[in-house]
Write a protein that binds this ligand. Structure first.
Ligand code: SF4
Ligand code: SF4
Length: 113
């Protein structure tokens, strides 16, 4: 995990917080491109927890979009820790399809299902 010092606000941000801050400052087009670049690197499709429902809905990239709104899961392992997005965005959580996005899990720590 990397920490960044924000000189203007005087507090330390980790990599994910820095990413959130950067995309919030982008215009809509640049933000969409940046998010799509990360989504293209998502390895959810090769995860043992991925199931037919998720494939039918075309769902991936749960670390940003949040838990699946309709599909249910049997936990069979999560390969998020090995995903390049975890490294580039400084993610600390996993099982995003079940537990919610990185932001949601950070904001609402809950008992793990
Ligand atoms: S960390 Fe997990 S949910 Fe996020 S892009 Fe990678 S595989 Fe997909
Ligand atoms: S979030 Fe994790 S457990 Fe869920 S499908 Fe993606 S890699 Fe698998």
């Amino acid at each position: 995990m990397y920490l960044f010092h924000n000189k203007q606000e005087g507090w330390l941000m980790d990599t994910f917080e820095e990413f959130q801050k950067n995309i919030a400052a982008m215009d809509a087009t640049r933000r969409a491109i940046t998010v799509a670049e990360q989504k293209d690197r998502c390895v959810c499709g090769g995860c043992p927890t991925t199931n037919e429902c998720m494939r039918e809905k075309g769902e991936i990239f749960y670390c940003i979009t949040g838990r699946s709104p309709v599909c249910t899961f049997e936990k069979k392992g999560c390969i998020c820790p090995a995903c390049p997005v975890t490294t580039s965005l400084g993610l600390r959580k996993a099982y995003f399809c079940i537990r919610g996005s990185e932001q949601d899990q950070r904001q609402s720590p809950q008992k793990k299902p």
